[in-house]
Design a binder for this molecule. Structure first.
Ligand code: ZN
Length: 311
């Protein structure tokens, strides 16, 4: 993977003037977009801010993520549990907000990632900015108080720390590791699974959170066995992707099984199939399988196996 496209300039976080930065507007996990690209409001053209977070330096420009002052910290989408956060719908354009100009709209991160996926290097830059802006502002919304003493905390260090003045404790944003694994059998068929909490027809790889005390690889073995009673071997690391729904990083692997006979934990996985390439193409074409959008590591692993874009 390439290095970061935006220089995070952590040494500037303590001294940066947010008002002198270009601002990416983010609210409730959605971003201000125009013509398929992030809107970057110039200095002097910012909405009133409830929160700014310094994102870093892009050439000669400094960038912040800006949460408008009319954003509600009590928005239910911001406090959803991680199991259900996946189902948060993208926010429609908020026509009542004075800071949304004609031609602009608030777009949920999932749709924004899909929009940026076709835009080459510029799209990768915007994907990085959008994922960072949503991840860090969602962390602020979900962590208003000190985890130790319960007193309110305040943002500091350019928005990368929350400080508890009561016990002089600093709290840092967290990222929850999750593994995702593309499993093939001896005939090179791919396992496609439907999770119980997904919308109908959606199929993807098995995935799950890494638990305290285990490695990524151990998490793969455990999750696959728990969800499907399959024993995998030959794990190969593919790559990782920030996945702030609300605070994950997806760590991708491929793995093989000798015995493709599975038994599902139906609380988690209600349906699964090992499919050939022709079967997957047919299922996608007739709509019986809805696969992950371009721009996600799930889709990348599927297309890698397929030998090109599935659709
Ligand atoms: Zn405290």
């Amino acid at each position: 993977m390439d290095p970061l496209r935006i220089d995070r300039s952590a040494q500037r976080r303590d001294t940066i003037d947010p008002g002198a930065c270009h601002a990416i507007v983010v609210r409730d996990g959605a971003l201000l977009v125009r013509d398929g690209h992030l809107v970057e409001r110039e200095p002097g053209d910012h909405p009133d801010a409830a929160l700014t977070v310094y994102l870093g330096r892009d050439g000669e420009r400094d960038l912040v993520a800006l949460v408008p002052a009319d954003a509600s910290e009590a928005n239910p989408a911001m406090s959803a549990s991680r199991e259900h956060a996946d189902a948060i719908a993208p926010k429609p354009a908020d026509a009542s907000a004075a800071w949304v100009a004609d031609g602009e709209a608030m777009v949920g991160l999932r749709d924004a990632i899909h929009l940026f996926a076709g835009a080459g290097e510029a799209g990768e830059r915007e994907h990085e900015l959008a994922a960072t802006a949503v991840a860090i502002t969602t962390w602020h919304a979900n962590h208003p108080r000190c985890a130790k003493c319960g007193e309110p905390t305040r943002p500091t260090a350019g928005g990368w720390v929350r400080r508890c003045d009561n016990d002089e404790r600093d709290h840092y944003p967290r990222t929850d590791a999750a593994v995702i694994v593309a499993i093939t059998d001896a005939e090179d068929r791919l396992l496609m699974a439907h999770a119980s909490y997904w919308s109908p027809g959606r199929f993807s790889h098995l995935a799950g959170y890494v638990e305290p005390g285990e490695s990524f690889e151990q998490a793969v073995h455990r999750e696959v066995f728990e969800e499907a009673s399959l024993t995998v071997r030959d794990l190969v690391y593919v790559g990782s992707q920030p996945w702030p729904f609300p605070a994950s990083i997806m760590v991708g692997f491929t793995a093989r099984v000798d015995d493709p006979n599975f038994s599902l934990d139906e609380d988690e996985i209600t349906e699964a199939h090992f499919v050939t390439r022709a079967q997957l193409a047919a299922h996608v074409a007739d709509g019986s399988m809805i696969v992950a959008p371009q721009g996600s590591i799930a889709r990348r692993m599927m297309d890698d196996w397929y030998g090109g874009p599935v659709s």
